[in-house]
Design a protein. Structure first.
Length: 186
């Protein structure tokens, strides 16, 4: 099997785009059912990321690297998948909070305040101060940048684990013979 030399940046683009759009579709489903801030359903997003990164690394290995992939290449591919999906998700998130539903920011603030009140052990003054700081710091842009960071983080973590199982070293004899053939034709 020939070891194709396709850049990781190009080789993972399609799986990353598919992951990004799968996460957008899931986010839209949550949004339409008014479950955007449901923590339990948010864990499904993590599951989607795990599946997308694993399938993306596997696709990169089989389609772009001729079935041969080192552990480092697997980690790199998973990280870049997370980056691409994060950029797509960040654009969607920014549009959602800024253009599609600008009131969603207020809903998020209300949700956060309710969560602090439910804990019961936080003084009301501290809740008010915390909400003032949150409103100053949180914006659609900050949330969008957080999406990129989060997706890259999960891409790294998943690929560190998945790379152990998805790496495939090539036949050493065939690699050496290919190198000999390359040098003899120069």
């Amino acid at each position: 099997m020939e070891n194709k030399k396709v850049s990781v940046w190009k080789g993972v683009m399609n799986p990353a785009i598919m992951l990004g759009f799968a996460l957008i579709i899931y986010s839209l489903i949550l949004y339409f059912f008014d479950q955007t801030f449901n923590k339990t359903l948010g864990y499904v997003s993590i599951l989607i990321i795990i599946i997308g990164v694993v399938l993306g690394i596997k696709s990169f290995r089989n389609e772009s690297r001729g079935g041969i992939l080192s552990y480092g290449q697997a980690v790199g591919a998973g990280t870049i998948i997370g980056l691409y999906a994060g950029i797509i998700g960040a654009i969607f998130t920014f549009l959602l909070y800024k253009l599609i539903d600008p009131d969603l920011m207020e809903k998020m603030y209300t949700f956060m305040e309710e969560q602090m009140i439910e804990k019961g052990n936080i003084p009301e003054e501290m809740i008010e101060q915390s909400m003032e700081v949150t409103k100053k710091l949180m914006s659609p842009l900050v949330i969008s940048l957080g999406v990129i960071f989060t997706y890259v983080f999960y891409g790294v973590i998943v690929s560190l684990i998945a790379g152990i199982f998805l790496k495939k070293e090539g036949d050493a004899y065939q690699k050496d013979m290919a190198e000999v053939e390359d040098t003899s034709t120069e």
